[in-house]
Design a protein around this ligand. Structure first.
Ligand SMILES: [Mg+2]
Length: 256
């Protein structure tokens, strides 16, 4: 009978549809379960910043400083050997005490003169205010002198603690200053991010300490070839402190 056939067909369709719904529900539940078991955001308990070129705009004429210390000819020779920048402090490390003292004086004079032109980097105040709101620790490591850090604190109106200048030895890229900060804070290095604009100082220091690293590359200076050449790949590369703010806000579990 047509009606019975149709009726049987309806029951069959209904049962099939019910099974389909059951499967769909199971699949949805599985999906929800999977979502809930995805790895949680990494916890971040502290951020350590570089100073020059990161929290303050670059104000030191490094080429002029290096020429004044090395002399024109030696400067050209050393520059050719170090395409990623001259590490002047390391370079003068083994000079005779007298020659070294004069070199340090030249470097310090350039740094102190730079303080008159000191400008806070765009986004620095907002980022630090955000970290303060989350009670996330803020530290600072610079190869600049303590006077520069004092002047920065005074102008910026916010303190970084600890704030280690080049009087703390050894300097970046050695991991010692960053490990010292982690130990002072009582946190593990992998719960801390090092933010800086220098691949071979800031990123090297952070990686050797076992911290997360964020390269601030405002002018797009660094690419994958540079990371390969120096065998240093930062965990993150950002164009501005505003981008660092977004990165921290969206991707990390920020708890002190
Ligand atoms: Mg720097």
């Amino acid at each position: 009978m047509p009606i019975k056939i149709s009726h049987r067909f309806s029951i069959l369709s209904f049962l099939l549809f019910k099974s389909f719904l059951r499967l769909l529900a199971k699949s949805a539940l599985f999906h929800l379960f999977s979502m809930s078991t995805l790895p949680a955001k990494s916890r971040l308990r502290g951020v350590v910043f570089d100073l020059d070129g990161t929290l303050i705009a670059p104000v030191i004429d490094f080429a002029a400083m290096h020429k004044a210390v090395l002399g024109d000819d030696e400067y050209e020779r050393v520059k050719a050997e170090n395409p990623y920048g001259i590490d002047i402090l390391h370079h003068i490390e083994n000079w005779s005490p007298d020659k070294q003292r004069k070199a340090y004086q030249i470097v310090t004079d350039f740094e102190i003169q730079g303080l008159d032109r000191l400008q806070i980097m765009p986004g620095a105040a907002e980022l630090c205010g955000f970290l303060d709101g989350k009670k996330i620790r803020r530290g600072l490591i610079t190869r600049n002198v303590k006077e520069s850090v004092d002047m920065f604190h005074q102008r910026f109106g916010m303190m970084f603690s600890p704030a280690l200048s080049r009087e703390f030895c050894p300097c970046k890229p050695d991991p010692a200053p960053l490990l010292h900060i982690c130990s002072t804070w009582g946190v593990q290095p992998n719960e801390v991010m090092m933010v800086g604009d220098n691949l071979k100082d800031d990123v090297a220091c952070g990686k050797q300490a076992g911290a997360l690293t964020c390269l601030l590359d405002e002018n797009g200076m660094y690419g994958s070839q540079d990371f390969a050449d120096l065998d240093l790949t930062p965990d993150f590369k950002m164009c501005s402190l505003k981008e660092v703010y977004s990165l921290l806000e969206s991707n990390f579990d920020l708890r002190p």
